[in-house]
Design a protein around this ligand. Structure first.
Ligand code: CS2
Length: 494
């Protein structure tokens, strides 16, 4: 089938039942720049903005920026940046065309356009989903990594910045030198206290360049924290083909996601903002309890399922969630080890939240690869699992199942599966893992000790705490000798 390409001109021809923007996207002005326009942004903040525009209007079109690849720009630009959001669940599929993204730029070949948008007075909000490693920070401490090659580069050549922190600081300097208007930077990555974290990183970088700039930023720019939640696997060629057939138009950039969506935003803006609350977002004074709940329950269970589930032979999360032992592991971990560490936000029922998580993970209509979640574990473990470990150690509570999850990560990043087949480990520290694995052979103690000594992940405290390292080494030994399925079975029967 050679259907016409989705665009303003063809939108009216989309299949009946496909929801369209409730406003005129062709007349929408840009007011938000988003750094890191991947599938998650398009299935989350762009939808909230689309709904807010339909309800309350405003000049809140989004200019999405890709930092590393031209792919999203090349897919979206020829179709007026329209794309389909495809919500899938056992109950069926719902499609809607989203109009809030008005422009997509690739930093690699449109740097001047990116600079112009970031510095424009009309840009009142910059949002970010650049993944954990995109912040060039040390995961264990949240401090800027001044030895990171991109940070080293950007301090010398700010107007050719490669890092997000360098690029933002360049833009802030530019804004200060021209109109001086306030701006709100909204971090939407799965990091704890993500607004304060970004504020600290920008401050450290700006201070290294020009303390007066850092002081101006502190007075003028807001960095609200947010908690974002929606499961959005990478779009596949099959997803695209199925969507084209159902839409009756060719869309090279659909996003496929679950029905669940949540956005909790700290109500601390330096500027006006879209009416996101009319789209279902929660504006609150304190995001921290929501963040730790989500990171320690959802993301931690996700990571545990990704490492241990992959090792047990499962390609997708819903397959892991179909194993009674894995569900028992998640139930026990969340109830015994995570819940006691949480400050529960008013009105939230944690037991119901955890039950909903089981259903969300089990959604067979949403094939989410274990390898996708397994990526960048060095950047994810601290806030997802090690924060729970520290809280429990401080209170004298058990860390047994968190240690199993960490051991699962260690076994995975060794780079070979339970049948001796290679695993492609995708992580900024992958080469460190490989040399530790080579240096320690099959000895679980030496291998675990080698990884535990990586202070950007484990800090200086955990490697010396036998209450944590003991179970980690024991579980790692079990994973080596018995495999993940048997080890998980033993853990839940203990
Ligand atoms: C996942 C998250 O890839 C991952 O590490 O745990 O992307 C997860 O799907 C989202 O945070 C859900 O909101």
């Amino acid at each position: 089938m050679n259907a016409p390409r989705l665009s303003f001109a063809t939108l009216a021809a989309a299949a009946a039942g496909v929801v369209r923007p409730g406003y005129a996207p062709e007349r929408l002005q840009v007011g938000i720049v988003h750094l890191g326009i991947g599938a998650f942004h398009r299935a989350h903040q762009a939808l909230y903005t689309d709904d807010a525009l339909a309800r309350a209007g405003g000049a809140w079109g989004i200019c999405g920026v890709s930092l590393r690849s031209a792919d999203v720009r090349d897919r979206l630009a020829p179709q007026d940046c329209l794309y389909t959001s495809v919500e899938v669940s056992p109950a069926g599929v719902r499609r809607r065309v989203v109009g809030s993204v008005r422009e997509v730029l690739f930093l690699g070949d449109q740097r001047l356009d990116v600079h112009r948008r970031l510095a424009a007075r009309e840009t009142r909000i910059i949002t970010l989903t650049v993944t954990e490693k995109g912040y060039c920070h040390e995961p264990a401490t949240g401090k800027l990594d001044f030895a990171h090659p991109d940070i080293v580069h950007d301090l010398v050549q700010p107007d050719a910045s490669r890092s997000v922190v360098g690029l933002l600081t360049w833009a802030l300097a530019q804004r200060r030198a021209t109109h001086g208007a306030p701006l709100t930077l909204v971090c939407c990555d799965n990091l704890p206290h993500n607004g304060a974290l970004l504020r600290g990183l920008v401050d450290a970088f700006a201070r290294a360049r020009d303390p007066a700039l850092a002081d101006w930023i502190a007075r003028t720019i807001a960095f609200p924290s947010t908690m974002v939640d929606r499961i959005v696997p990478a779009t596949t060629a099959d997803d695209i083909a199925r969507n084209d057939a159902a839409l009756g138009l060719e869309d090279r950039a659909p996003v496929v996601h679950e029905p669940f969506i949540q956005w909790v935003i700290e109500d601390a803006f330096a500027t006006e903002r879209p009416a996101w609350e009319l789209a279902g977002a929660t504006l609150t004074d304190d995001v921290a309890p929501f963040e730790s709940m989500k990171l320690r329950l959802l993301n931690a269970s996700h990571s545990a399922f990704a490492y241990l589930g992959f090792l047990a032979g499962h390609e997708y999360i819903y397959q892991v969630a179909a194993q009674p032992d894995f569900i028992a592991l998640m139930r026990r971990y969340t109830a015994v080890e995570v819940s006691p560490t949480l400050k529960i936000p008013a009105g939230v029922d944690v037991a119901a939240y955890c039950e909903a998580l089981e259903r969300r993970f089990a959604n067979p209509a949403l094939p989410h690869r274990t390898t996708q979640i397994a990526m960048d574990g060095s950047q994810k473990l601290p806030q997802r699992i090690l924060a729970t470990v520290r809280a429990n150690l401080a209170a004298g509570r058990p860390v047994e199942l968190a240690a199993l999850a960490v051991a699962g990560w260690m076994r995975y990043v060794r780079g070979d599966d339970e049948h001796g087949q290679p695993i492609r480990v995708s992580d900024p520290l992958a080469s460190r893992f490989a040399s530790i694995a080579t240096g320690s052979g099959k000895d679980p103690v030496a291998y675990a000790r080698g990884l535990l000594a990586l202070s950007p992940i484990f800090g200086d405290d955990l490697p010396d705490d036998a209450r944590f390292t003991g179970p980690v080494i024991r579980w790692l030994g079990a994973l080596f000798s018995d495999g993940a399925a048997a080890t998980v079975a033993r853990a839940v029967r203990a």
